[in-house]
Design a protein around this ligand. Structure first.
Ligand code: FE2
Length: 281
């Protein structure tokens, strides 16, 4: 698998690239089964960490901050009723798992380090890619939360900028079940903000550099069939709306950076020395 010049040009112009049939149906099914098994084995216990798009509460939790070298589970914001009980079954309540699936789970490790992806990453011009984080996103029926417009570089900062997102549709994604939306060409502008870990290391803050809002009317829906890989430039604004349909919208995402960049210790995602970041090897 190699990208042709037209595809590389298109990625550079638009800031995203859609590659249908990148993942076979059995592979999608294997990843979905593996994810479902992990959720089955997960005992929420006393601790419920809710993934919310409200930056105030979203990442203040150490459960999130310590997940860079673990597999942790984050609930949908609307997963709980008034008395703190789950409104839907546990397997229909988890928003996502993250952020080291690709290093800790053999199925996701094998999938993430497949030669086709390594080729595509090389075609895009990455020299020494590191697989920084992975997420399995469930986008649950009825309660799948909205993710507001953002640039991935806000959350995974390197100097110079290098983060690139790889979004694998493990099920059909359309407007009904909360597909991605992106603003073509907007990746050529600067990062508008940075999300950083506070000096105490127990919370996070957002620093806004540019308050001009994106022109949301310019956004296009990326409706894609199961098996599609969507590559997202790290400065491309993208979002997804709530999933009010009765279907799930499972996706697996990987974020890669260049090894030869500066990765600040104030980035939220950090790892212990026992699990260093690795590339495709
Ligand atoms: Fe993103």
């Amino acid at each position: 698998m190699n990208l042709n010049h037209k595809q590389i040009d298109s990625f550079q112009q638009q800031g995203f690239l859609v590659l249908e049939n990148f993942v076979s149906e059995p592979q999608c099914e294997a990843l979905r089964q593996c994810a479902n098994k992990l959720v089955e084995e997960f005992d929420p216990g006393e601790r419920f960490s809710i993934f919310t798009t409200n930056e105030q509460t979203r990442h203040s939790d150490l459960y999130f901050l310590e997940s860079g070298d673990k597999i942790r589970f984050f609930f949908e914001e609307e997963a709980f009723g008034q008395n703190g009980e789950l409104v839907q079954e546990k397997n229909l309540s988890i928003n996502k798992m993250g952020h080291a699936l690709h290093d800790l789970n053999p199925v996701f490790d094998r999938f993430s380090r497949n030669p086709d992806l390594a080729n595509v990453v090389q075609n895009l011009g990455m020299q020494k890619p590191l697989l920084l984080q992975s997420m399995y996103i469930f986008k649950q029926p009825k309660i799948g939360g909205e993710v507001h417009f953002h640039q991935d570089g806000t959350f995974l900062y390197t100097k110079p900028h290098s983060v690139t997102g790889f979004w694998f549709a493990l099920e059909d994604a359309d407007r009904e079940n909360g597909c991605l939306w992106a603003i073509p060409g907007e990746h050529r502008n600067a990062l508008k903000s940075r999300f950083f870990r506070n000096e105490e290391g127990d919370g996070t803050e957002m620093e806004i550099w540019d308050e001009t809002p994106w022109v949301k009317d310019d956004a296009v829906p990326l409706e894609v069939p199961q098996g599609t890989l969507v590559i997202l430039h790290g400065k491309l604004p993208h979002m997804s709306k709530t999933n009010r349909s009765s279907r799930t919208r499972h996706a697996y995402t990987l974020h890669l950076i260049e090894a030869d960049t500066h990765y600040p210790d104030w980035n939220w995602l950090q790892r212990g020395s026992e699990l260093p970041f690795r590339g495709f090897e």
